[in-house]
Ligand binder design. Structure first.
Ligand SMILES: N[C@@H](CCC(=O)N[C@@H](CS)C(=O)NCC(=O)O)C(=O)O
Length: 307
């Protein structure tokens, strides 16, 4: 396996992964595709992440990248050409993600969950309901929010549509990060909403753009086994260099023992800080199956506490 080989742990139906698959397409990358279960336990993913269970996860040797923010940033770092920021749109484009992955995602998942609920296996609803709406989740409550969510989506997809009236992609003539951030939500809604085609037909420019982003594809994926992915991690050493961040407001430093979990909840991953920056934290941990791995997380949206 070549050095730097990208391995993506995901499943085809995952909307959040569609964002990464589109980025892989924009960069025309070859990658290995490991299909993981849609529900925990995920026994052949946990040795890599140390407990983080969300989808997708990217692996490069013994470096493991959790969360799409972290994955996409690393793909841009390793494969800067073509850039995800054509025309120099650095910085603010990540802020767009805080909107699309935040309030807009909540509106879309509200509609999608209500649409899917009648055909959803009870164990799937019991997992996804609290995952997205918190421990007090009730389907009745979410159903009562359906129409408001659709009203919100109509306004926000309308902003995408307005933006696309005079350009092929969100930033101009070339595709970039904001296209991936918007596209996965349109892809998700069209797939999960029974009346999705009719609902989306009101956004004329968005539909043309959707076809253009779809045509970019996903790069060149190749099916790969989860056990082979574990063997690759075991045979490799983490390649993340030590990096300090003297300005870190929480006083974290390289070598400290910490736990990391999504701020919304979930299992905590335990390790020793290896690398810090305003955007990311990476920790070293040792696993009986794969040996030492370095697990990367974004700072935004994750809670880091002393172990
Ligand atoms: N902030 C995370 C969110 C990831 C997320 O919620 N992914 C969904 C799949 S689309 C998920 O993990 N669902 C539960 C699961 O796969 O176990 C990211 O950007 O990667």
């Amino acid at each position: 396996m070549s050095k730097g080989q990208i391995i993506l742990h995901h499943y085809p139906q995952s909307p959040v992964t569609e964002k990464v698959r589109v980025v892989l397409g924009m960069k025309s990358l070859s990658w290995k595709s490991v299909e993981i279960p849609r529900l925990p336990p995920k026994p052949n993913l946990m040795p890599l992440t140390g407990g983080y269970r969300l989808t997708p996860v990217m692996q490069i040797g013994a470096d493991i990248y959790c969360d799409t923010k972290c994955i996409i940033r690393e793909l841009e770092r390793r494969h800067p050409d073509p850039t995800l920021f054509p025309g120099g749109a650095y910085g603010m484009a990540w802020g767009v993600g805080q909107w699309t992955d935040g309030p807009l995602f909540t509106d879309v998942i509200t509609v999608a969950l209500v649409e899917m609920a009648p055909n959803m296996p009870p164990e799937f609803l019991a997992d996804r309901g609290p995952l997205y709406f918190g421990p007090d989740f009730s389907l009745e409550d979410i159903k009562s929010k359906y129409t408001d969510a659709l009203v919100n989506i109509r306004a926000q997809f309308g902003w995408f549509d307005e933006r696309l009236k005079q350009r092929d992609f969100m930033l101009g003539a070339e595709p970039g990060l904001p296209d991936a951030l918007a596209y996965y939500l349109v892809w998700f809604l069209r797939d999960r909403m029974a009346d999705g085609d009719r609902f989306l037909s009101q956004f004329e420019s968005l539909i043309g753009w959707e076809q253009r982003v779809k045509a970019i594809g996903h790069g060149t994926p190749e099916e790969f086994s989860d056990l082979d992915a574990l063997a690759i991690a075991k045979a490799a050493e983490p390649e993340t260099p030590e990096q300090r961040d003297p300005g870190d407001p929480s006083g974290l430093d390289v070598g400290m023992a910490v736990t990391i979990a999504p701020a919304s909840g979930g299992p905590r991953v335990v390790g020793t800080v290896r690398s810090l920056s305003p955007d990311q934290i990476a920790i070293l941990r040792t696993d009986t199956q794969v040996g030492q791995v370095c697990v990367h997380f974004p700072r935004m949206g994750y809670r880091v506490t002393p172990a």
